[in-house]
Design a protein around this ligand. Sequence first.
Ligand code: AMP
Ligand code: GLY
Length: 424
Amino acid sequence: MRILLLGSGGREHAFAWKIAKSSALDELFIAPGNAGTQQFGKNVKITPTDFEAIKSFVIENTINMVIVGPEDPLVKGIVDFFEADEELKNISVIGPNAQAAQLEGSKDFAKEFMMRHNIPTAKYGTFTKDTLEKGYAFLEKMKAPYVLKADGLAAGKGVLILDSLAEAKKELKNMLADAKFGEASSRVVIEEFLKGIELSCFVLTDGDAYKILPEAKDYKRIGEGDKGLNTGGMGAISPVPFANPTFLDKIKNQIIIPTVKGLKSEGITYKGFIFFGIINVKNEPYVIEYNCRMGDPETEVVIPRLRSDILDLFEGVATNTLSERDVQFEERSAATVMMVSGGYPEAYEKGKQIFGINAVTDSIVFHAGTDADGPAILTAGGRVLAVTSYGKNVESALAKSYKAIEKIEFEKAYYRTDIGFDVV
Ligand code: AMP
Ligand code: GLY
């Protein structure tokens, strides 16, 4: 198969690493990729949302399958674009169409969907500029802390959690009347605050059958002890120690099955990954959010634990034969620790040379934000490298990643030293 993979982060490097192991692979291209993905294929300078440029590339290079890493192209309708085009309609795209991607693209759509299918989630109300007063009244009936969510995609910044009612009202107005997050906050979901511990679950589906992938837990805050600003994710572990078989069964029966069946029953064709952001409240799982793609950095621990040929599974998705495909996982645990640029998630510098990656022999160094400059590798983003290791348990995997990180250097590098602190 000739594959085009879209995206440029650690998630895409992990996909490229895994795709390169497939016996079905003829050639892999990554658009735009990073300095890590080019070890496994050819990087091409195309933005994942430039559908016309993708079309030309796919035709010129006789691509058979496009695998979409990030949510943006999916929510913007890359699948629909391919299906509507005479020259592209027979090329498989791994990812949901625009309607199905609304599970991530619209919080209100996701909430209504969960209500219709009795999927456990926080109580909520949805408001617009015209119903701002009703929004205030809704807040007055809730207890602190107050959770406000921009309905649309807001680059991971659209969720506010506020301690005081006055602040919550002010932010609701900012979002609705003053377009704090632009069009994304023209509708706002106000939610009941759920107290518990979070984990991420993943499914690959062809619309009928589904395969459950290993669960993971990511660490979103910049500071130790989960303090400070939110980031894209500072590390991840898999499996998640508190996710025992009873709890995972509840997730499967109360959340995963009703989601896959619910989509099908509504005539929504979902092909690709579904990411379930789950919170454990007194041993009961609730959905915090859906994403229409794999998580990052969760992919950097989940994909290394997949033993099966990933292109075989993707072919199953493309041809509606996922039920016939075998999926096997590693017994070993995996952990990843993210090395980031100093200052991230606020302002940070780029273009710092990275040393020591080749000295790492016992771990896998996935690139997240890097650029190649001849033989040199430079930092090119906030999140720079995800250092993944296997271990007989999460602790030993983490210990290996921390040992590997000591060998890697770049100016103002920062990482959390306490990934997994709350569960191991
Ligand atoms: P989301 O983008 O919906 O995942 O929200 C971002 C983060 O906000 C989540 O990972 C949670 O940590 C937190 N969060 C979102 N919704 C709730 C809620 N209803 N109760 C408590 N925390 C929440
Ligand atoms: N790690 C969370 C996400 O990918 O959204």
